[in-house]
Design a protein around this ligand. Structure first.
Ligand code: DNO
Length: 354
């Protein structure tokens, strides 16, 4: 397993130098943040970012994300041109040694939380999700400030976009996803770049929009529709884990043995039984502080041959840090050490039994 860390580029207060000092870090997971969604990433810009990363003694083998333009998700007649650009980006990333692209197919909104600074008992704060708060929000009217939210839309643009999704059912969205993958996967095969879809977070529909990568059934359907192994998954424990009926240990084993997990996001969440609905907050990474069996998941991955990239996902704000929601330094570094240590123990225990 290769340990990596998300890096938001040169304006990220968590610098490459700091990341390099976390034991076991082999590389960063990053993106080109200044290129507008839909445009092709040119070779020179990719190589410039790669050079900065390599100069700090780190690799750049995973990109998160190359965003998929809404016109592709909507399946409009503008999609073919945008898919050609996406293919060009894959080719250029492949030339720069990138091995995995993490992307998502969530309409309009990426990950959604209702609270960015939920205060926990030990005085730290973290991200939380309250269904009732989300249900009370109308993105057409409220000024939203959500962590995965693209702030560049005006209210009018957002309303227009939501209106266009009215005719897009879950089935239609899935067809559009398959259309996209069927066009790009041959390029991935040629360039040896694997696609790793990020599950919907949280894994259920929001604001009346469909979400289609939520559980085992959805994933089976996706892999059956586009069987190439280059069509794979980012196994995000926190996203899939928010779905209480998802059996993560089983899913980790199943998709690792099928060679579908190209990237692992490691984090824990704690279910909150407040006010009904699907509520949770993001907990420290170790098993005992949350609702997910982190040990069981990692063991299932190891036992089923997973040897890909991982990164500690979302951390809390601790020790006075006021970091980017979910992406400060300290708690993610603690998470990395927990995952690193547990992997060593799982591996050595298995080797000693042989
Ligand atoms: C949140 C992230 C997501 C992820 C995208 C992938 O913390 O895991 O924003 O990067 O969904 O496209």
């Amino acid at each position: 397993m290769k340990m990596t860390f998300r890096w938001y580029g040169k304006n990220d207060p968590v610098t490459l130098e700091k990341i390099k000092q976390i034991p076991g870090m082999t590389g960063v997971v990053t993106a080109l943040y200044t290129i507008p969604v839909g445009e092709m990433w040119d070779e020179a810009s990719i190589l410039k970012t790669k050079k900065a990363v390599n100069d700090a003694g780190l690799e750049m083998e995973v990109i998160e994300s190359v965003p998929v333009h809404e016109e592709i998700k909507l399946g409009s007649n503008k999609r073919d041109k945008l898919i050609e650009n996406y293919k060009g980006t894959i080719r250029n990333l492949g030339k720069a040694g990138v091995k995995v692209i993490c992307y998502n197919f969530m309409p309009v909104f990426d990950w959604v939380r209702s609270e960015l600074k939920f205060r926990t008992d030990d005085g730290s704060n973290c991200l939380a999700y309250r269904q009732a708060t989300v249900d009370a929000l109308d993105p057409r009217k409220n000024s939203l400030s959500l962590p995965g939210w693209d702030e560049s839309y005006t209210k009018e643009q957002l309303s227009g976009l939501l209106e266009r999704y009215r005719d897009v059912s879950a089935e239609k969205l899935f067809e559009n996803m398959v259309y996209f993958l069927e066009k790009i996967i041959p390029v991935c095969e040629e360039c040896d770049v694997k696609m790793a879809v990020h599950p919907d977070d949280p894994p259920w529909g929001l604001f009346g929009l469909p979400r289609i990568i939520c559980n085992e059934k959805d994933l089976d359907k996706l892999f059956a529709a586009v069987p190439s192994k280059y069509n794979g998954l980012t196994f995000c424990t926190g996203s899939l884990g928010a779905g209480r009926s998802n059996d993560l240990v089983k899913m980790a084993g199943k998709y690792a043995s099928a060679g579908r997990i190209h990237f692992l996001h490691s984090r824990n969440i704690k279910f909150d039984d407040c006010g009904g609905g699907c509520n949770f907050h993001e907990s420290p990474h170790p098993t005992e502080f949350g609702s997910l069996d982190m040990y069981g998941i990692l063991k299932a991955l190891y036992d089923n041959g997973f040897d890909g990239y991982t990164r500690p996902d979302h951390g809390r704000n601790i020790w006075g840090e006021d970091g980017r929601p979910g992406y400060g330094l300290y708690d993610r570094a603690l998470g990395a050490m927990y995952i690193y240590g547990m992997w060593e123990a799982i591996k050595k225990t298995a080797e000693n039994k042989e």
